[in-house]
Design a binder for this molecule. Structure first.
Ligand SMILES: [Zn+2]
Ligand SMILES: [Zn+2]
Length: 442
């Protein structure tokens, strides 16, 4: 292919700015932007035409200079025509066939983008491009009819050029996988939309009391407030979720918070040991460089004696997925059981032996079956140890697969959990107190 001849052929048919002419040859020559390619082609074509005009082919040379001056918007061609004392073609309102002159708006689009971004703290960004369908269809048709071999798409060029310009203007980095913010720019409408990605903060919590639920429980009035909830919209005034999320939401100046945890314990169950892993997700945060040590101190001061957090760290969406998968991780429980009849030493040895290294078949407990599918699940117990406390009470230490309903392991849940402590001893038992001692993540 004769690159110059091809460039001239395109300009003789369509008005094209430097960006849009250069883009048709985008994969030729490295380390330059398309407008540099386009300008270079126009300069070379002007020199060639000038040479023709000065020699025997004056008419052809002048014709080419006029094409460059009009369809190529070339100042150099216009000045050359003036020097040759040729009339300049009348300047009408010709615009670039492909971009309609929108590449000239780069700096004003960047200014607009900076204005909408000014309230948000971010270190990485991504530029997305929105284009009218007609613009892309017009370019597709152009490429097909003009047999363009080395071109790039207008969307791709806008994305790269605006991305580079925004990086320079903000001194921030473009990031394709997990940007803090995405600026969706429409060069044709001249508008910018923002997508602010959430902030994720992970940690572990301990719950030291038997009166607080893990997550916020909204009242049947759906949070509007009614007599049943004394106008608060919530069934419990406190929760692990509220204690951990509120201070974070406040300092990050976000819109909403979401609490994710690796499994949950009942309200009357304490979460001890090193605590349970959780992640708080803050939507549309304005601040990201949050002092997590400070947040940790705030939570632990406000919730003192009730909830304790530790190891606060910045996390990601992937970490939430990993956390949910980790619900199957091992758990350690300590359970105080009360029996109807007196306990025997042989009986306690029997349940230690039978319930260590065993697979438990468990049908969804009666107490939750109204809100969960009624299915049979299998969960493994690695080890169960028993210590007699009084004649009718014993302490059970259980290390098992996550997801085992331990209260039902003791009661048997009317035969829905097999095997179970009550049936093995022929001595009905119930749980008085339950603590989670450890959540072991892989
Ligand atoms: Zn253009
Ligand atoms: Zn209510």
């Amino acid at each position: 292919m004769d690159v110059l001849a091809k460039a001239y052929e395109l300009l003789s048919k369509y008005p094209l700015c430097d960006h849009c002419l250069g883009r048709q040859f985008a994969s030729l020559g490295y380390s330059m932007e398309n407008n540099v390619r386009g300008a270079a082609l126009k300069v070379s074509l002007t020199m060639q035409a000038n040479d023709l005009a000065a020699a025997e082919k004056e008419i052809e040379g002048i014709k080419q200079l006029k094409v460059l001056a009009v369809n190529g918007f070339s100042i150099i061609a216009q000045e050359t025509l003036k020097r040759l004392k040729k009339r300049l073609p009348k300047q009408t309102d010709i615009v670039c066939h492909l971009c309609e002159g929108k590449f000239e708006l780069i700096s004003s689009l960047i200014e607009k983008t900076q204005t909408v971004l000014k309230d948000y703290e971010f270190t990485t960004f991504l530029v997305g491009i929105e284009l009218p369908t007609a613009v892309e269809e017009r370019e597709d048709e152009f490429k097909a009819t003009q047999n363009i071999q080395h071109g790039e798409s207008i969307r791709h060029e806008f994305g790269r050029v605006l991305g580079k310009a925004l990086a320079k203007a903000t001194d921030k980095e473009a990031e394709y996988i997990k940007p803090d913010v995405v600026a969706i720019i429409n060069p044709f409408e001249g508008n910018v939309r923002l997508q602010i990605n959430p902030l994720f903060v992970g940690g572990r919590y301990r719950k030291l009391v038997r009166t607080i639920p893990q997550s916020e429980w909204f009242c049947s009035c759906r949070g509007r407030g009614c007599p049943k909830c004394s106008g608060t919209g919530k069934l419990y005034s406190e929760s692990v979720e509220a204690y951990t999320s509120k201070p974070l939401l406040e300092v990050a100046e976000g819109v909403e918070s979401f609490f994710h945890a690796s499994g949950r314990e009942d309200i009357d169950v304490r979460m001890l040991g090193t605590g349970r892993p959780f992640i708080v997700e803050i939507s549309k945060p304005k601040r990201r460089s949050v002092d997590l040590k400070q947040v940790e101190a705030t939570v632990n001061a406000v919730a003192v004696g009730k909830v304790e957090v530790s190891e606060l760290h910045f996390a990601s969406k992937d970490a939430v997925r990993h956390l949910k998968k980790g619900e199957g991780a091992q758990k350690e429980y300590r359970l105080l059981a009360e029996f109807e009849k007196d306990l025997t030493v042989e009986g306690l040895r029997l349940i230690e032996q039978t319930l260590s290294g065993v697979l438990i078949k468990q049908q969804t407990p009666l107490r939750v079956v109204h809100r969960r599918a009624d299915i049979v699940r299998e969960r493994y117990i690695y080890k169960l140890e028993v210590k007699k406390v009084t004649l009718k009470r014993a302490l059970l230490l259980i290390r098992c697969q996550g997801g085992l309903y331990v209260k039902e392991l003791v009661s048997g849940d009317e035969g829905r959990t097999v095997p179970n402590v009550s049936a093995l001893l022929d001595n009905p038992a119930k749980t008085l107190k339950l603590d989670v001692l450890n959540v072991i993540m892989e």
